[in-house]
Design a protein around this ligand. Structure first.
Ligand code: UDP
Length: 362
């Protein structure tokens, strides 16, 4: 089985590369390197020794001709589609880029899969941002919660969910007429944190906007302080509440869902949908406290205004994947999640590259 992993040099997808290799698949990793780090692929090659079971291609999902030739050349049968721009607050400043990359780029990839004709399984990295700002009575959020995004990032992902649903219905009807069967899943991630517990790869974004690495950069002295965006929300401590799942659990869920997809069987005309989170709300203030406990550093924390693109509370009902597939996350302790991130950051204070910008978070 050959699995194409898009965004392979990025934080989440690089962890997925290792996990899918461990299930015995051949992996073709693709990344345009606009935000990814080839050093992550190098580290996997050095440590896991996949040799010719791992191929890396530099390119964009939006390059349909390239994608089609990569899929044909390697006989790709499964796709894990991670490549995306994924900064909620940035998406407000650059909506066209988000639609171009996350929606139009994903359509180009799907068109390439269709043209190549070899792909039977397709898993799309979707997001809790597609749920928008659900009313209190719909939290914890189940998969059938109405989707009304409140930022361009959420809209750009929801648009491709619709495309994928329509496309899989078409493939199902074609497979009844003898076409290649197809099955797909959309995994709606809540917040992802932590690093591979063995320290081989980790989280390194430039710029960094995610709360866990930001607080750890403050603990490391790379930031003078951190700012909490919004301390007057209608939440227990006034700060935003999110649901943080460890990256290792997240990619493990992908491998389990991939194995469970049965192209051509009843039900495969519709995408499977699972929330991926721990099913527990954690506030920004609790992340800060955890980072202070784990690192032993009392860094400065400033209150800052809310950001309009930030929903106050997002955490999921995570029970559907457990009910249907018997899968549940293993790393459930917040400090443990933060500790794996800290261990990697301490070993790589400048990230994968020495030139990481050191900017204050204001
Ligand atoms: N956040 C914050 N300060 C920061 C970065 C993030 O207060 O410097 C908050 C952000 O407003 C959100 C939460 O932390 O409520 C998680 O943000 P992150 O960017 O990690 O993920 P998001 O939920 O926005 O995708």
């Amino acid at each position: 089985m050959t699995t194409l992993i898009t965004g392979a040099a990025g934080y989440i997808a690089s962890h997925a590369v290792r996990r899918v290799l461990a299930s015995g698949h051949r992996v073709v990793g693709l990344d345009d390197l606009s935000r990814g780090n080839t050093e992550a692929i190098d580290a996997i090659r050095r440590h896991d020794q996949p040799r010719d079971r791992l191929t890396f291609v530099e390119g964009s999902i939006a390059d349909r001709a390239l994608m089609e030739s990569v899929i044909r050349e390697h006989g790709v049968t499964s796709v894990l589609h991670f490549a995306a721009l994924a900064y909620v607050r940035e998406s407000v400043e650059a909506p066209l880029r988000y639609y171009e990359n996350n929606t139009a780029g994903s359509i180009a990839l799907l068109q390439a899969c269709d043209n190549a004709g070899t792909v039977e399984r397709f898993i799309f990295s979707s997001t809790c941002a597609t749920y928008g700002e659900p009313p209190a009575e719909l939290i914890p959020i189940t998969e059938d919660c109405p989707q009304h995004p409140i930022n361009p990032y959420g809209h750009s992902k929801l648009a491709f969910e619709k495309v994928l649903a329509d496309y899989s219905a078409l493939r199902a009807s074609k497979s009844q007429d003898g076409g290649r069967p197809f099955a797909t899943a959309m995994l709606r991630y809540f917040n992802v944190a932590g690093s591979a517990p063995d320290g081989v790869i980790g989280e390194d974004h430039d710029p960094e906007t995610h709360i866990v690495p930001i607080v750890l950069q403050a603990a490391l002295g790379k930031r003078s302080h951190i700012s909490i965006f919004g301390t007057d929300h209608d939440t227990p401590d006034g700060t935003c509440v999110r649901d943080y799942i460890h990256v290792e659990d997240l990619v493990d869920a992908h491998a389990v869902v991939l194995d469970s997809l049965e192209p051509g069987t009843p039900g495969s005309e519709r995408p499977r949908v699972y929330n991926l989170g721990l099913g527990r709300g954690v506030s920004v203030r609790e992340i800060v406290d955890s980072a202070k406990r784990v690192t032993g550093v009392d860094f400065e924390v400033r209150d800052a205004p809310r950001h309009p693109a930030d929903p106050p509370v997002l955490y999921c009902d995570a029970s559907k994947i457990t009910r249907e597939l018997g899968w549940s996350p293993k790393i459930t302790d917040l400090d443990e999640i933060v500790r794996t991130a800290w261990n990697w950051m301490r070993e790589h204070p400048k990230g994968y590259r020495a030139s990481v910008t050191e900017s204050a978070n204001t």
